[in-house]
Design a protein around this ligand. Structure first.
Ligand code: UTP
Length: 273
């Protein structure tokens, strides 16, 4: 039912400078695989094979990564190293990649609006590649697309965070509908702990409906002068229904050094066992 996944990847990645000066943050590897490839594989697991990526200046490496390198194929074919290409070859074979560029980085909401041309008039998934997620049994997007079949409304993935960290996230106020599924009544972007309505933080996985584009178009810049997705989602929550889903699994915030190292250790220990 959900056929497209939008990956906004135009941000500057300032928290990882100077590494991200000439390399997109989304191309930083966890061991041997770039963050964005983990994301695309998660989308594939959810049955999504049209990958729409919002890029920007200096992000060309992403397009090259999801393209065939004839020189490399020629060099490696028939050698003992060929298996290193197995996974990426499969991703390239199974997906269609489309791209558009965000010219000015005016925030996540604006990046999603920039992706409208690639999505059109249908529900779609959004994946932020710097949130690397490991599902318990199924991937997070798979869990969310299943939930979409039942509720047919926008869904945000949430995680309980320490109250002292609410200023880093969009925080929801919500009422539990069934186990792990909440109806959102309010959302606040990066509140101070004392102002936060809960400790349920929105992470980088969403299922959105196409009416979000018109709402974003009519949303004024919010916190930090950026067009915030949270503000647009709040309008949807007030006028209809938005669900917050406490996913089953684990998330690494690879946009920060702590999360990045944690993810690296996790995958390294898996490699060794
Ligand atoms: P972040 O704020 O986490 O990423 O945005 P950033 O801006 O790249 O990182 P810092 O804060 O400077 O270190 C969340 C996601 O939204 C994308 C980013 O690429 C990231 O995947 N984004 C953000 C855009 O595509 N465009 C924007 O204008 C802002």
């Amino acid at each position: 039912m959900i056929k497209k996944c939008l990956i906004p990847a135009a941000g500057y990645g300032t928290r990882f400078l100077p590494a991200t000066k000439a390399i997109p943050k989304e191309m930083l590897p966890i061991i041997d695989k770039p963050l964005i490839q983990y994301g695309v594989e998660e989308a594939l697991e959810a049955g999504i094979n049209i990958i729409a990526i919002v890029t920007g200046r200096g992000k060309r490496a992403i397009e090259d990564h999801f393209d065939k390198s004839y020189e490399l194929e020629h060099q490696i074919k028939g050698t003992s190293k060929e298996h290193y290409l197995t996974e990426i070859r499969e991703v390239i074979d199974r997906c269609t990649f489309t791209y558009t560029r965000q010219i000015e980085m005016k925030g996540l909401g604006h990046a999603i609006l920039t992706g409208e041309v690639l999505i059109g008039n249908e529900p779609f998934a959004v994946l932020l590649a710097d949130d690397l997620c490991i599902g318990e049994e199924e991937g997070i997007l798979k869990q969310m697309t299943e939930l979409y079949k039942k509720y047919r409304c926008p869904i945000v993935a949430i995680e309980e965070v320490d109250k002292s960290l609410t200023h880093k996230y969009g925080i929801v106020e919500a009422k539990e509908l069934e186990e792990n599924v909440f109806v959102v009544s309010n959302m606040v972007e990066k509140p101070k702990p004392e102002d936060a309505p809960s400790n349920l933080a929105i992470i980088g996985r969403y299922i959105l409906t196409p009416d979000i584009f018109e709402i974003i178009r009519n949303t004024e810049p919010g916190l930090g002068g950026e067009i915030q997705l949270t503000d647009a989602l709040l309008k949807q929550a007030k006028n209809g229904m938005v669900i917050a889903y406490r996913f089953k699994g684990k998330r690494f915030d690879c946009g920060t050094p702590d999360g990045y190292v944690e993810a690296t250790n996790y995958f390294y220990s898996k490699l060794k066992n």
